[in-house]
Design a protein around this ligand. Structure first.
Ligand SMILES: [Zn+2]
Length: 149
């Protein structure tokens, strides 16, 4: 909150993810998802960046199937190795918690827009804190991405 975004580098200095990079990401998403108890989930790596300009990684969880899609920022490889791992594990922990969000969001009509939006902000902040705390415990035990393997 309140952080000023760094100016975006010119596109020519970005190092967009390549097809082999997406293959590596798929392999590590599988390794990490198995490690956090999502062995029976399907993950699709989208080959375009997330809509949110400041997101490093984004996950969308299907409400009815054990399926989630992941988006990676264009220059994901330039992030520090430990931060790459943290970002992915963070999104995978969100997968475990997504059902609570679905239940909460189903109350939108009953609560009314003003009450819902106020609670939604608190809910999202609490979810991020919980997800990040759990990620901080889980991620260091997992390998960082080896882009050359
Ligand atoms: Zn998050």
């Amino acid at each position: 909150m309140g952080a000023v975004a760094e100016p975006m580098p010119a596109l020519s200095v970005l190092a967009p993810l390549t097809t082999p990079d997406f293959t590596t990401l798929s392999r590590y998403v599988r390794i990490y998802s198995d490690a956090v108890g999502l062995r029976d989930w399907e993950f699709e790596i989208m080959h375009r960046p997330p809509d949110e300009a400041l997101a490093f990684v984004k996950v969308d969880v299907h409400e009815l199937r054990k399926y989630a899609a992941l988006w990676f920022c264009l220059d994901f490889r330039r992030l520090a190795a430990e931060f790459q791992r943290h970002c992915i594990v963070h999104e995978l922990v969100h997968v475990h918690i997504a059902e609570m969000g679905f239940v909460f969001r189903s109350t939108r009509e009953d609560l009314g827009r003003i009450h819902f939006e106020a609670l939604d902000r608190s809910y999202l902040r609490a979810e991020e804190k919980a997800v990040d705390a759990l990620t901080g415990v889980i991620a260091p035990a997992l390998p960082v991405i080896d882009w050359c393997a």
